[in-house]
Design a protein around this ligand. Structure first.
Ligand SMILES: Cc1ncc(COP(=O)(O)O)c(C=O)c1O
Length: 396
């Protein structure tokens, strides 16, 4: 019989990346099991409860028997609610037939890339950026083409640099605002120029807008609202971040007609459908009272002030004020240790779990990513620990 150790895995796995948030979380949990106290600033999910009326809607749906397979494209009730939500929030006209439902926003990233890219095609994506973009692009055999976000422009890209990265092989351009990991928001005039440029290209656009409810400064607008853009844009949104529903796994997107059937075929081949009681809870989230979202936004705003002010008080650290999402992306490049080592020492020596910016791309390498989805008390404690460790570095 063949030894298990000799059984081989697919070579393509070498091209599949991961999200370091999950490995840092695993290490933090290990330390906790050893009795250490760890403050969690690594995970990108709201620390609030899912609104009670949303949970009630799920219980009611389960009691009413919505516990079986349902259409792979999504239930008509949620497709309609999501179409109305996308239309009114972006000032566009989305019909329910254009909306698909998936198990979170993530499947749209992965399956869109698989649906539009042949090996050797190019995909432009933000650097720093959500690590799944590069992972999925590489796994599809496509070529990742990073587009730098500039710290001095509050982490917005330069349209001229985007233009320089477009080629006849560009199949897809990924935009993300409000942005993970920097909290940056693309301003209206950059979006206008980007839309004009992309209209002239042969590229699809994937606009990842999952953080759009969490904007503190400036106004959110979508590239999908620009003339001629909805036809080529996968407008991606979901329940995870806006309604503290990360574990429910429900996302939705307005999808250009030619992509709709291919995406549904990916769903049929992989997950079949999103649980119907989850979708009906989603209808309650979108159509019900929005005050829990407002309350969450207010609390995040206070935390943002606390975190950014305290980070900027630490000698050697500078941090832009993020316009949205719930991340700070401080520059630690003038400290005596590199950001990777700092992140690891903060976890191992000070009990603060956060991410090194390098996990998000080359351009992030001098940064840390701090998720402020934790209580103000814990954020204060974490910042005391960070300050203490950095003071120690300066003295050693
Ligand atoms: C930019 C971005 N897009 C998409 C996702 C995935 O969201 P979901 O939980 O809905 O799959 C995340 C989650 O962290 C994210 O940060």
């Amino acid at each position: 019989m063949t030894e298990v150790a000799a059984l081989r895995l697919a070579a393509s796995l070498n091209r599949l990346g991961t999200e370091s948030a999950f490995s840092v979380l695993a290490r933090a949990r290990e330390l906790e099991r050893e009795g250490r106290d760890v403050i969690h600033l690594e995970i990108g999910e709201p620390d609030f409860d899912t609104p009670a009326h949303v949970c009630e809607a799920a219980y009611a749906a389960m009691r009413a028997g919505h516990t079986h397979y349902c259409p792979a494209a999504g239930m008509p009730e949620l497709r309609e609610a999501a179409a109305a939500y996308l239309s009114s929030s972006r000032g566009i006209d989305v019909r329910s037939e254009q909306v698909l439902i998936a198990n979170g926003a993530k499947p749209f990233l992965f399956f869109t890339i698989l649906a539009v890219c042949d090996p050797g095609d190019e995909v432009v994506y933000p650097d720093p950026g959500f690590p799944i973009y590069e992972s999925a692009i590489s796994w599809a055999g496509a070529v990742p083409v990073p587009l730098a976000l500039h710290e001095e422009k509050d982490f917005v890209f330069d349209v001229g640099e985007l233009e320089a990265r477009l080629s006849p092989r560009t199949k897809l351009v990924i935009l993300n605002a409000p942005h993970n990991p920097t909290g940056g928001l693309i301003d209206a005039s950059t979006l206008d120029e980007t839309a004009l440029l992309l209209q002239e290209s042969d590229a699809w656009v994937l606009s990842d807008e999952v953080y759009w409810r969490l904007v503190y400064d400036g106004e959110f607008t979508s590239i999908a609202s620009r003339q001629g853009m909805l036809e080529r844009t996968i407008l991606l949104d979901g329940l995870s971040k806006a309604y503290a529903m990360t574990g429910w796994r429900c996302g939705f997107a307005a999808v250009p007609e030619p992509l709709s059937d291919p995406l549904v075929r990916f769903f049929v081949n992989s997950t079949s459908c999103v649980p119907p009681f989850v979708q009906l809870a989603g209808v309650a989230a979108l159509n019900g009272p929005q005050d829990p979202v407002e309350a969450m936004l207010d609390e995040f705003r206070s935390r943002r002030r606390l975190v950014i002010d305290r980070l900027n008080d630490i000698p050697g650290i500078s941090c832009r004020r993020p316009a949205g999402a719930f991340y700070a992306f401080p520059n630690v490049g003038s400290l005596p240790v590199c950001a990777d080592e700092l992140a690891s020492r903060l976890l191992e020596e000070a009990g603060v779990a956060l991410l090194a910016g390098s996990a998000f791309g080359q351009i992030g390498r001098d940064h840390l990513r701090i998720s402020y989805a934790n209580s103000q008390t814990n954020l204060e404690r974490a910042l005391d620990r960070i300050t203490g460790l950095i003071d120690g570095l300066a003295q050693s």
